[in-house]
Design a protein around this ligand. Structure first.
Ligand code: BGC
Length: 745
C-alpha cells in the first residue's frame, strides 16, 4: 500500500476514534491486520487457514503430517486443537514464535461442559432453563481453560435436535428454537466474558452450521433434507442469536443439506452468515469436512474440495489438509482468486489481534495461574448448583420423594456406584486424580449413619439375571429402594446414534423384579438423551432424570433425593413412548385431521398402535411443592411489545422454584405456524403459601415468521396466549386475540 494511502486510512481511523471507542478498536485492528497481510507470502497466508490436531485426543482421522512443530515453525499452521496444559501449549507457541512473521497460534479445544471441573452435559444444563446458571457454568469453563492455555472453544453446539436416536443430542439445548436461542446467548456470554482481550475470555464457536441435528433417521453424519421454511424457522434462529451475541467463530457441519455439503455451501456461509447476518468472525470447517466432500460425491478430489470450500466461505480447514495441500496450486491455476484467501486470513488475524495475542502470545500461558485457577472449591460449588438445577423430577406419585430420614435405603442398579461415568461424553481428562462422588457417595455423605444396602443387580448391557436374587433380597430388607439405571456414557456423543433408545440390556427386567417386591421404588435414570422406558413410566411411582451431571453429580443427586434441593428443571426435549414416534416435538403443526384426544384414531393423524401424546412433554418437570396460577392479563406496550402478567402461588409444603412458560397458541395463521410456540419463560422462587406476580414480555420481532418467499411477516392472524407449567400443562389462557400487533386496543 502506498504511504499516502496508509496515512489516509490511519487518519480516518483516528478521526473515528475520537467519536467512538469501539469503532476505533475495530479500525486499529483492521489497519494492523492489513499491514501484516501485506508482508505475508501466499504460503504464509495459506498456513493461517490450516488447523492441525495436536498429538493427543482425536475425534476423527488424523492427518499424517510428520513433525507438526516443524510445520508451525515454517508458518504452515494457523491453529491447533487438542493441546491442553500450559506446558504443551507453550511448546507450540514457542514454535510459532520462531516462524518468519511470528504469528501466534490459536489453541482450540472442545470445552463442551467444563474443562477441569466437569459440568452437567449441555442437554442437562438446558433442562435448568436457568440462563444465569448456564452462563456461570461457561464462565468457569472459560476461566479454567484460559488458565490452561486454551483460547478457543468449539462450543456452543446450538443445533436443534428432535431425534433422540442422534447421539449428539447430549451436546445441545434440545428441540426448541426459542429456548435454544436464549441458551446460545448465555453460553456465548459465558465463554467470551468481558470480551476478547480480557485474559479469561476465550473465543466461542457456534456449531454446526447448519441443520446437522436433522440427520435423516437420527444417524450421525447423515444427509439432511429440509424445506427452507423449516431451516429459517427452526434451525437457524439459535445461530442467529449466537451471532447477535457476538460469537467469534462458527463451525460448519458434516452433513449435506438439500444436496450440498455444508462446507461447500455458499448459500449458508456467504449469503446467510457473512452476507445477510454480516458476520465478521471466521468459519472453521468441521473435522475433515472439507476433504469429506469427496466422499459425499460433491467433488472429485481434495484439490476441487479446497476450491469449492474457500469459494463457499469456509475460512479454516480443520484437519483435512486440503487448503495447505492445494490452495497454492489453485491460485497458480487461476481457479481461486487470492482475494478470497486474503479475506479468510484477515478474519483469522483479526481474532488473533482481538485476543491480544500479538501483544503477548503467551498471555494464556501462565503455569502459576493454571495451578491456582483449576478445580477450585468455589467453582466446584458452582458445578454442584448447576447439577442440582439440571435434575428433572418426571414423576412423584405417592410423594416418595424427598426420602425422609430414618428410612433404610436399598440401592440397586448398575449406576449406583458410577463415578467417572457421571462425566459423560465430551468430558476432558484434565484432572486425572479427580474423585467424583457417586450417587452412593452422595447419599452416604448426607446420611453417614443410615444403613445403605447395595446390590448392582446387573450391568448396563448385561443379559444375565445372575444378580437379580441378591438385588431382590436387598429390596426386601429396605424401606425404600433407589434404583440407578441408564445408558453407558459413551452411548451418546459423536458417532453414537442408536436405533433403540430403550434401557439397554436387561435393566427393565430388573426394574420389574424389584417392583414385584411391592417395595416403594424411586428410579434414577442417567443418560445423555431422552430414553424410552415405557413400562417403568407406568409402574414405578417416582422417576428422576439425572442425565450425566459431572464432577459433583453424586452430591447433586443426593441433594434432590433427600430434599436439600427442591427440583425445578423442565425437559428441553420431548420424551417419546416408543422410537416409532420419532421425530416428536411439541411445536408441530395441527394437520387437517388432528386427533381430539389421546386415543382418537378414526381417520386422524395418529398411530393405530400407540397413544397420541408423548411420554413426557417438552417443558415437563415436577417439584416437591405445587403451584397455582391466576389473574392472567396482557397488554400492548408501545408498538413492539406485549406484556403478560399473572400470579403464581406456592400451594404446597416446600419452598420451591417454578418455571412458568408462555406459549402462543396459533389458531389461524398464514402460512401455518405450530400449534404452540414457546415465547417466554420465567423462574420464580416461592416460600410455602407465598404468591408472586410474574411478568413476561415478548416482542413483535419474536412473533415474526417467514412467508413462502422467506420474507419476515408478523403472524399469527388469531392466537391465544397460554401460560403453563409445561407445554402439556397449560394453566391459564386468554380469549382469542385477532392480529395481536395490529388490532386497535
Ligand atoms: C466434531 C466437532 C468437534 C471437532 C473437533 C468433530 O468431529 O463434529 O463438534 O468440535 O470434531 O474435535
Amino acid at each position: 500500500m502506498p504511504f499516502r494511502k496508509i496515512y489516509a486510512v490511519v487518519a480516518a481511523a483516528a478521526l473515528l476514534c475520537v467519536a467512538d471507542k469501539a469503532i476505533c478498536q475495530v479500525n486499529t485492528v483492521d489497519v494492523r491486520v492489513n499491514a501484516l497481510l501485506a508482508k505475508m507470502t501466499l504460503e504464509e497466508k495459506i498456513g493461517q487457514l490450516n488447523q492441525y490436531n495436536g498429538n493427543w485426543e482425536a475425534t476423527g482421522p488424523v492427518s499424517q503430517v510428520g513433525d507438526k512443530i516443524a510445520a508451525v515453525k515454517a508458518g504452515r499452521v494457523g491453529a491447533v486443537l487438542n493441546i491442553m496444559g500450559t506446558e504443551h501449549v507453550k511448546a507450540f507457541q514457542d514454535a510459532a514464535m520462531q516462524s518468519r512473521l511470528k504469528i501466534p497460534l490459536l489453541f482450540g479445544q472442545d470445552v463442551i461442559h467444563g474443562y477441569s471441573i466437569t459440568f452437567p452435559i449441555p442437554l442437562a444444563q438446558a433442562a435448568s432453563w436457568d440462563m444465569e446458571a448456564i452462563e456461570r457454568a461457561e464462565r468457569v469453563a472459560a476461566i479454567e481453560s484460559a488458565a490452561s492455555g486454551i483460547n478457543w472453544t468449539f462450543s456452543p453446539m446450538v443445533d436443534i435436535a428432535r431425534d433422540p436416536r442422534w447421539g449428539r443430542v447430549m451436546e445441545g439445548a434440545g428441540e426448541d428454537p426459542f429456548l435454544g436461542s436464549k441458551i446460545a446467548v448465555a453460553r456465548v456470554k459465558g465463554f467470551q466474558g468481558k470480551g476478547l482481550g480480557s485474559p479469561d475470555a476465550i473465543m466461542a464457536c457456534a456449531k454446526h452450521f447448519v441443520a446437522y441435528g436433522a440427520a435423516i433417521g437420527g444417524r450421525d453424519y447423515n444427509s439432511v433434507d429440509m424445506s427452507l421454511h423449516s431451516l429459517w424457522e427452526t434451525y437457524l434462529p439459535p445461530f442467529y442469536a449466537a451471532q447477535q451475541a457476538g460469537v467469534a467463530t462458527f463451525m460448519n457441519s458434516f452433513n449435506d443439506l438439500n444436496g450440498i455439503p455444508a462446507s461447500g455451501s455458499s448459500y449458508l456461509q456467504r449469503d446467510i452468515l457473512k452476507g445477510k447476518w454480516n458476520f465478521k468472525g471466521f468459519v472453521v470447517s468441521d473435522w475433515g469436512s472439507i476433504g469429506e466432500m469427496v466422499s459425499h460425491g460433491y467433488v472429485k478430489d481434495n484439490y476441487e474440495a479446497a476450491a469449492v470450500a474457500i469459494q463457499a466461505g469456509s475460512d479454516m480447514d480443520m484437519e483435512s489438509g486440503s487448503y495447505i495441500g492445494h490452495l497454492k496450486q489453485l491460485v497458480t491455476d487461476k481457479k481461486v482468486d487470492v482475494r478470497l484467501i486474503d479475506d479468510a486470513v484477515r478474519r483469522i488475524l483479526r481474532k488473533k489481534f482481538e485476543l491480544g495475542l500479538f501483544e503477548n502470545p503467551y498471555r494464556f500461558i501462565d503455569a502459576k495461574r493454571e495451578q491456582t485457577l483449576l478445580y477450585t472449591p468455589e467453582n466446584l460449588a458452582v458445578a454442584r448448583e448447576v447439577a442440582r438445577k439440571s435434575i428433572v423430577l418426571l414423576k412423584n406419585d405417592q410423594h416418595l420423594l424427598p426420602v425422609t430420614s430414618g428410612k433404610s435405603i436399598g440401592l440397586i442398579g448398575p449406576l449406583v456406584k458410577a463415578k467417572r461415568e457421571l462425566k459423560g461424553f465430551w468430558s476432558l481428562n484434565v484432572n486425572l486424580g479427580e474423585d467424583i462422588p457417586s450417587l452412593m457417595d452422595g447419599l452416604h455423605a448426607q446420611l453417614p449413619d443410615a444403613p445403605l444396602l447395595y446390590a448392582p443387580g446387573c450391568g448396563i448391557t448385561d443379559s444375565s439375571r445372575a444378580g437379580f436374587e441378591e438385588a431382590v433380597a436387598v429390596a426386601r430388607k429396605s424401606d425404600v429402594v433407589i434404583m440407578a439405571m441408564g445408558e453407558a456414557p459413551d452411548m451418546t456423543g459423536e458417532a453414537k446414534s442408536r436405533s433403540s433408545i430403550h434401557l439397554p440390556g436387561i435393566q427393565e427386567e430388573l426394574i420389574k423384579a424389584i417392583v414385584a417386591t411391592g417395595k416403594p421404588v424411586v428410579l434414577v435414570l442417567m443418560a445423555g438423551r431422552p430414553m424410552v422406558f415405557d413400562w417403568a413410566s407406568e409402574h414405578v411411582p417416582t422417576i428422576v432424570y439425572a442425565w450425566w451431571l459431572g464432577s459433583q453429580g453424586g452430591y447433586a443427586m443426593a441433594d434432590v433425593l433427600l430434599g436439600k434441593y427442591n427440583p425445578s428443571a423442565k425437559l428441553p426435549m420431548t420424551f417419546p413412548r416408543s422410537e416409532g414416534q420419532i421425530p416428536i416435538y411439541y411445536n408441530h403443526y395441527s394437520t387437517g385431521r388432528p386427533p381430539a384426544s389421546d386415543t382418537d384414531r378414526f381417520y386422524k393423524s395418529a398411530y393405530t398402535d400407540l397413544l397420541n401424546s408423548p411420554r413426557y412433554a417438552f417443558g415437563h418437570g415436577l417439584s416437591y411443592t405445587s403451584f397455582a396460577y391466576s389473574d392472567l392479563k396482557w397488554e400492548r406496550t408501545g408498538k413492539e411489545n406485549i406484556k403478560v402478567s399473572f400470579q403464581v402461588k406456592n400451594t404446597g409444603d416446600y419452598a420451591g422454584e417454578e418455571t412458568s412458560q408462555l406459549y402462543i397458541h396459533n389458531i389461524v395463521s398464514r402460512p401455518l405456524r405450530p400449534v404452540k410456540e414457546l415465547k417466554g419463560f420465567k423462574k420464580v422462587f416461592l416460600q410455602p403459601g407465598e404468591t408472586k406476580a410474574v411478568t413476561i414480555v415478548f416482542t413483535k420481532e419474536e412473533l415474526c415468521s417467514y412467508n413462502e418467499k422467506l420474507e419476515k411477516v408478523v403472524l399469527p392472524v388469531a392466537c391465544q396466549i397460554m401460560i403453563g407449567s409445561a407445554s402439556d400443562d397449560i394453566r391459564l389462557q386468554t380469549a382469542t386475540i385477532n392480529n395481536i400487533f395490529s388490532e386497535p386496543l
